[in-house]
Design a protein around this ligand. Structure first.
Ligand code: CP
Ligand code: NVA
Length: 308
């Protein structure tokens, strides 16, 4: 079953084909109204369930619009409103939904929930974010970088801040797309060893540099994300802010990167915390292109899953 669960568990060639397909599909839509159908109605007659156990703006809207542009239909479901949120098992939910829909996209907490859904569904399952990873986002990010600056292979991305779920998928992408990465954050918030090992195992040069100024020196890509993720306890807020404050991306830090460096953020951003407005709205920022490319990248992922 062609699930899209993570970047490390998807074939390298398939990932590259998805990025190229996404760019071609985006080109073909150039200038058309958002609601206009694609010429190739590649999801005609298909029904897609979008399940959210956490809030979402981009994932929800981009999947919904993308499926519709391809001629398919969606149903957006809140985990809390389903029996899933009231004791029905993930496995049974997967078995039942597979009788109604052609594909399931789920945003959830534990990675084990996503895996259980995939193990028991008889239709493809897509990871729309877990506590552990966010692969759809980084597919859009790789697409965005390449659209602006050409091949990402051999470039250096610098992650600043918390070694979280988005950082994990960036490390997976470093291994799969052949770029190097530096993590710059406090030791307490280092990314999981398995993500670093995966990228190194694929030949990427992965560095840990506690000093953000040194980390960013000459970087091709500078990345930030929220200091408090949806799965983090609010009670940890003050401690995290204290740990992460030195890693804020401001114009001075961004100025140490390569002159043609891009600034990336998956959004939502907390302006004045992990990044300043001057950087978010400045000449290096491609954050709204990343958000747009969620739409195009996920359309390619959906087609790959459904073989259309
Ligand atoms: N970047 C991202 O996944 O955004 P949402 O939480 O709004 O879906
Ligand atoms: N790291 C963030 C990403 C949000 C898209 C979170 O998990 O909340």
């Amino acid at each position: 079953m062609p699930h899209f669960l993570d970047i490390d568990t998807t074939e390298t060639e398939a990932l590259r084909a998805m990025i190229d397909a996404a760019r071609a599909m985006k080109d073909r839509r150039n200038g058309r109204p958002k609601g206009a159908p694609d010429d190739e109605q590649s999801l005609a007659g298909r029904m897609v369930a979008l399940i959210f156990e956490k809030p979402s703006t981009r994932t929800r809207v981009s999947f919904d619009v993308g499926v519709r542009q391809m001629g398919g239909e969606t149903m957006v479901l809140s985990g809390a409103d389903m029996q899933l949120g009231h004791g029905e098992t993930i496995a049974d939910t997967a078995r039942v939904l597979s009788r109604y829909v052609d594909l399931i996209m789920i945003r959830t907490f534990e990675a084990a929930t996503l895996q259980e859904m995939a193990d028991h569904a008889t239709v493809p399952v897509i990871n729309g974010l877990t506590d552990r990873s966010h692969p759809c986002q980084i597919m859009a990010d790789v697409m965005t970088y390449e659209e602006h600056r050409g091949p990402i292979r051999g470039k250096r991305a610098v992650w600043t801040g918390d070694g979280n779920n988005v950082c994990a998928s960036w490390l997976h992408a470093a291994g799969q797309f052949g770029f190097d990465m530096t993590f710059s954050g406090p030791q307490q918030l280092d990314p999981g060893r398995e993500f670093v090992d995966f990228a190194r195992g694929k030949g990427s040069d992965i560095r840990i540099e506690r000093d953000p100024a040194r980390a960013v020196e000459g970087a091709d890509i500078v990345i930030a994300d929220t200091w408090i993720s949806m799965h983090d306890a609010q009670s940890a807020r003050e401690r995290r802010h204290n740990l992460l404050r030195p890693y804020q991306v401001d114009e001075r830090l961004m100025g140490r990167a390569a002159p043609d460096a891009v600034f990336m953020h998956c959004l939502p951003a907390h302006r004045g915390e992990e990044v300043t407005s001057a950087v978010m709205d400045g000449p290096h920022s491609v954050v709204f292109d990343e958000a747009e490319n969620r739409l195009h990248a996920q359309k390619a992922i959906l087609r790959w899953c459904l073989g259309t």
